[in-house]
Design a binder for this molecule. Structure first.
Ligand SMILES: [Zn+2]
Length: 221
């Protein structure tokens, strides 16, 4: 009987410790036990959209690295599809772009991530188009909610008037079985957006908005 009481006491004590530890961790690290996959669009020979020698691929990666750092500080486990200037295509493939996108898709689908974010910049022949916009494929139910949540934060903090948009014909995103969205952070073809997107402080700001949106998503779930 005594042994049983002692056992109960220690079990109770252990549970209290565990609860305190998890609560403290959750407050300081709200993304503790969450895994997020970040995809910096393009890379290597695929520069993405460009203006003179300013390439979308470089700005995408720079934002992704800042986002990675901030998400890790909040306790998340973060994976990147690429962490340097290269694409993911299989060597000597006929369709390099398709191969690159397929491998990104496989990396995300085979992971146990709770969410992915793909970072891109937009471009248009008209220089007047501007602002950040979130696109989502509706084959995963959660995606609309994630897109609208992030878009609302971008509207409020980056003063964009754009709305989240459903798009179900994007090769990569239609293949993805995990929840997530594509964020077009701004237009490289618009002078003001381009100027801002090249600033480290602006990239940090974008990373912070996205980090907070991700935290809200997991807490509102
Ligand atoms: Zn792109």
């Amino acid at each position: 009987m005594k042994k049983y009481k002692l056992y109960s006491f220690f079990s109770f004590f252990f549970l209290i410790c565990l609860f305190t530890f998890v609560s403290a961790k959750t407050v300081k690290e709200p993304l503790y036990q969450k895994t997020i996959f970040l995809d910096a669009g393009h890379g290597g020979p695929d520069s993405g959209a460009l203006y003179k020698n300013i390439y979308e691929k470089d700005i995408n990666l720079s934002i992704v690295k800042k986002l990675e750092k901030q998400l890790k500080e909040k306790g998340a486990t973060v994976f990147l599809t690429r962490d340097g200037d290269y694409d993911l295509s299989v060597p000597y493939t006929i369709n390099r772009k398709r191969s690159d996108l397929s491998r990104r898709g496989n990396m995300i689908n085979r992971s146990d991530c709770d969410l992915y974010l793909s970072i891109h910049l937009n471009a248009d022949t008209s220089t007047t188009y501007h602002g950040a916009q979130v696109f989502y494929d509706s084959s995963v139910k959660e995606n609309k909610k994630i897109a609208e949540l992030i878009q609302a934060d971008l509207k409020q903090q980056l003063y964009t008037t754009r709305e989240a948009k459903e798009k179900n014909d994007m090769y990569l995103f239609h293949r993805l079985k995990k929840p997530g969205v594509l964020v077009e952070v701004g237009y490289i073809s618009n002078p003001n957006d381009r100027y801002l997107l090249m600033q480290e402080t602006y990239q940090e700001k974008v990373a912070k908005i996205l980090t907070n949106s991700i935290i809200s998503y997991f807490y509102e779930k």
